[in-house]
Write a protein that binds this ligand. Structure first.
Ligand SMILES: *Cc1c(COP(=O)(O)O)cnc(C)c1O
Length: 435
């Protein structure tokens, strides 16, 4: 029997090339492959598994829902599951944060939420031009690609991606903060040659673009500038949202209120597809059905999404737990980064990374980590950042375990370790209990 993945699945496949094993079971921060190896997950489905794999607090209500004969598919019809989700989202997320947003269910992916945000911003303002930032990532459909930075991904479009411009993210100019000087001048000078934009779309921490975190003061300045010039501010919280940076929305720390917010990845909490676009009520000028989709509002995702909100966002306890784990992670990463010349720690909360001056180092660290039982991916234009994203629910013990493997992987890659034998041979876990 050959490798059916290689023979049948398209060349477009990617993660399965680096992590060349067949995964079988998962629980919390652990993944188990068919051959009985155990992996600690510092990847978390690229941010879709903030509450870990098969979290029982979400799994049990899902099983009960599935067994009850309730509706699974309903387009955007009213269901009990959708009502519960909307009630929880309003009561536990919007009201306590003093946010007044309408909730739009888009097709169940991040890129669809971004498409809806871009369409709405253009429709509301009557302008076509949208500004995005260097190294931004907003998804793979044409509208979202047009505001994405990565040249390889952009070329995949096959047509010109226009009506957008890319401007410097915080720290892009040789690491120097420019405090939006160019944008400020361009918006104020009618001779700038820049068409007045409908919107600016931003990630508070650029996940795919190399784990770059914008400063809160920069985000506030951006928000003020947009407001002053009546340009809509879209925050793409698809990856940084749902607690990843320490608060439910990643922009809470900056104290800003974006006009439009995109969410997906961990919104269902269980790895089920679900996405929303949130916006100020006065922007809600959609005609019924003007942006629709067959899988808007997938009821099983509403069930787990509501359970995630009820279990983790009813109070501030979870935020303290994330803060404690984030402190542990950043301290651990600082030690690890200290072993790679010219490297530094990036990110905010549990969206963190180690920048390596040489992309090969990052790639090798990721590969040796995998061989030693740790999933960490690379990110950034050249893949020069080891991107570390454990589940938010990870225990202190598991965090230490994963950091330990990462540290040893770095020592082995930099030649500090004389015996670069992958540790999985020593730590291999098979048999009962884990399978
Ligand atoms: C993953 C991601 C998207 C795209 O989400 P998909 O579900 O893959 O379409 C958009 N924006 C950001 C910031 C993301 O991380």
């Amino acid at each position: 029997m050959g490798d059916i993945f290689a023979s049948v699945e398209s060349e477009v496949r990617s993660y399965c090339r680096e992590w060349d094993t067949v995964f079988d079971r998962a629980a919390g921060e652990w993944l188990y492959s068919e051959d009985g190896r155990k992996y600690i997950d510092f990847f978390s489905g690229a941010g879709a598994l903030n509450y870990g794999h098969n979290n029982p607090l979400l799994l049990e209500p899902l099983i009960a829902y599935l067994r009850s004969g309730s509706v699974i598919h309903s387009l955007d019809m009213k269901t009990t599951a959708k009502r519960r989700f909307l009630e929880m989202f309003q009561e536990l997320i919007l009201v306590p944060r003093d946010l007044d947003y309408k909730v739009m269910f888009t097709g169940p992916t991040g890129t669809n939420s971004v498409e809806a945000a871009l369409k709405l911003a253009r429709k509301v303002t009557g302008r076509h031009h949208v500004l995005s930032f260097t190294n931004a990532f907003h998804g793979m459909t044409l509208g979202a690609l047009a505001v994405t930075g990565n040249s390889m991904k952009r070329q995949g479009a096959g047509i010109p991606l226009n009506n957008t411009s890319s401007i410097p993210y915080d720290g892009f100019l040789n690491g120097q903060p420019d405090d939006l000087l160019w944008l400020r001048c361009a918006l104020e000078d009618s001779g700038s040659g820049m068409d007045k934009p409908a919107a600016v779309i931003v990630e508070t921490v650029q996940g795919e673009g190399g784990v770059r975190a914008a400063r809160a003061s920069w985000l506030r300045a951006l928000s003020d500038l947009c407001r002053h010039h009546e340009v809509l501010l879209i925050v793409d919280d698809v990856q940084a949202g749902c607690g990843r940076t320490g608060t439910f929305f990643s922009f809470e720390e900056a104290g800003i209120q974006p006009d439009i917010v995109c969410m997906s990845k961990s919104l269902s909490g269980f790895g089920l597809p679900l996405a929303v676009t949130l916006f100020r009520p006065d922007l809600d000028i959609w005609k019924p059905g003007e942006h629709n989709g067959t899988f808007r509002g997938h009821n099983p995702a509403f069930v787990t999404g509501a359970a995630a909100l009820e279990n983790y966002w009813n109070g501030r306890e979870f935020e303290s737990q994330i803060a404690a784990r984030a402190a542990q992670l950043h301290a651990g990463l600082a030690t690890v980064a200290g072993k790679i010349e010219g490297s530094h720690v990036r990110g905010r909360g549990l969206l963190a990374g180690i920048y390596c001056p040489d992309a090969a180092t990052a790639r090798n660290v990721s590969a040796v980590s995998f061989a030693s039982g740790l999933l960490v991916e690379t990110s950034g234009p050249q893949g020069e950042v080891v991107k570390v994203m454990p589940p938010l629910t990870i225990s202190a013990e598991s965090m230490a375990y994963g950091l330990d493997i990462l540290c040893e992987a770095v020592r082995s890659v930099t030649g500090e370790l004389l015996d670069p034998m992958p540790r999985i041979h020593r730590r291999e876990v098979t048999g009962v209990g884990t399978r």
